[in-house]
Write a protein that binds this ligand. Structure first.
Ligand code: S3P
Length: 434
């Protein structure tokens, strides 16, 4: 059971099993990309089942600031009258991307080829995150981008210019950076080839391919794109695999749970965490049933399970799920070691430090290193914790709290609105009557 103690503190009273079937809100990453793609297309696109969090609202409001006509028909359905990016008009003020790295990095690539200047900025967390990883490859294509007061950080001043297709080596495997380069490449003269050190999420490639863009996947880490146009489209966004991870782990660690998540996105680069949980002993059955604009979807059935610790080598494919996997590890038997997780330090909070602190406040033994996290599983205790303004930390702590007998208070709960504003509604529905 959950109780809002104030606008920013949530009390979770456990332990309550989760039972039933649920459809979770649309995928955040796919919604961002569909919004941008619909602005590139010329004509009317319709996106249903959009993600509901603040991050996606920022992509939407940034596009509107640039003159794109977007209309809502219901909470999660929108229609966009795309006129192509060449019809964008300059914004009178800085474009506010809030907490959303995907909005800021992707729009930097989109606007690099415009005919005007734009300033892209965000909240304090986003302004402290590294932007060189997206600025450097775009500069290779001829983009004219300057930093504000701090080199390497937003705000970014993007002075629109004609881009040249180039061979780009991305330094850090990143779906956001790759998407920025793809949207820039779609507007550049000639061929752009993008290479990354390891495969990152491929929603942009799947969408552009499905919409007829001149894109070729050479290998898992190499893509080519040329300037071209895309068709308007209709999309019912698959359920968000990263939001689902919170309910999946909640069901696994809360005895007596049995949950089926329906119409969930099953992109292999987003559900690696399911394989890892299965290695830890999780009873999860995935059933792929359909495809939407290149994205596989289906249902996932989860039963509470005794987990055991293991070694987890991180990759981009699970980086967002490490906070919730850390909660799974806290309830598992034995030790779980996360390796090569330095990237956690530049997420919405320094997640190596915030996870160590907050799981520690629930009585979990955590040992952190420069790029590692070792969690000694056992029986965590309820307590008072903080989100540090990080949505995935807030949601992960609420999942732990639901599995603990007693009351846990999460300060800074409103951070959850960034990706999963209805988490409490969904958790209360699945635990109602238990
Ligand atoms: C995202 C890519 C990942 C992920 C983020 C969303 C995307 O970030 O952590 O939550 O939508 O492309 P990086 O590109 O920084 O790895």
């Amino acid at each position: 059971m959950t109780t809002h103690l104030s606008s920013d503190a949530l009390r979770v009273s456990g332990c309550r099993p989760l039972r039933g079937r649920i459809q979770i809100p649309g995928d955040k990453g796919i919604t961002h990309r569909a919004l941008v793609a619909s602005a590139f297309a010329e004509g009317e696109s319709a996106i249903k089942g959009c993600a509901t969090g603040q991050d996606v609202r920022h992509t939407r409001s940034v596009l509107q600031e640039l003159g794109v006509e977007i209309q809502s028909s219901g909470l999660q359905s929108i229609s966009i009258n795309g006129q192509g990016v060449q019809s964008f008009s300059p914004s009178q003020s800085a474009l506010d991307c809030g907490n959303s790295g995907t909005t800021l990095r992707m729009m930097t690539g989109v606007l690099a080829a415009s005919t005007f200047n734009s300033e892209l900025t965000g909240d304090a967390s986003l302004r402290s995150r590294p932007m060189g990883r997206v600025v450097d490859p775009l500069r290779l294509m001829g983009a004219n981008i300057e930093y504000g007061e701090v080199a390497g950080n937003a705000p970014l001043l993007v002075k629109g210019s004609a881009l040249e297709g180039s061979a780009i080596e991305i330094s850090v495997s990143s779906g956001q950076v790759k998407s920025a380069c793809l949207f820039a490449g779609l507007q550049a003269q000639g061929l752009t080839e993008i290479n990354e050190p390891a495969p990152s999420r491929d929603h942009t490639e799947r969408l552009l391919e499905a919409l007829g863009a001149p894109i070729e996947r050479v290998s898992k880490t190499c893509i080519r794109i040329e300037s071209g146009s895309i068709k308007p489209f209709e999309l019912n966004v698959p359920g968000d695999a990263s939001s689902a991870a919170f309910l999946i782990v909640a069901a696994l660690i809360t005895p007596g749970s049995l949950v089926t998540i329906e119409e969930m996105g099953l992109n292999p680069l987003r559900i690696r965490y399911i394989e890892l949980l299965k290695n830890m002993g999780a009873q999860i059955v995935v059933d792929e049933t359909d495809e939407r604009l290149g994205e596989p979807i289906g249902s996932v059935r989860v039963e509470s399970s005794q987990l055991k610790g293991c070694i987890i080598e991180a990759s981009e494919g699970i980086i967002d799920e490490i906070p919730i996997l850390a909660v799974a590890a806290a309830f598992a038997q034995g030790e779980t070691e996360f390796r090569q997780v330095a990237e956690l330090k530049v997420k919405e909070s320094d997640r190596i430090s915030t996870l160590t602190q907050e799981l520690g406040r629930l009585g979990v033994e955590v040992e952190s290193g420069e790029d590692s996290l070792i969690i000694n599983g056992g029986q965590p205790q309820p307590g008072q914790v903080s989100s540090h303004g990080d949505h995935r930390l807030a949601l992960s702590l609420a999942v732990a709290a639901n599995a603990l007998t007693g009351d846990t208070v999460i300060e800074g709960w409103s951070a959850a609105d960034v990706s999963y504003p209805d988490f409490v509604v969904d958790l209360d529905r699945l635990t109602a009557g238990q």
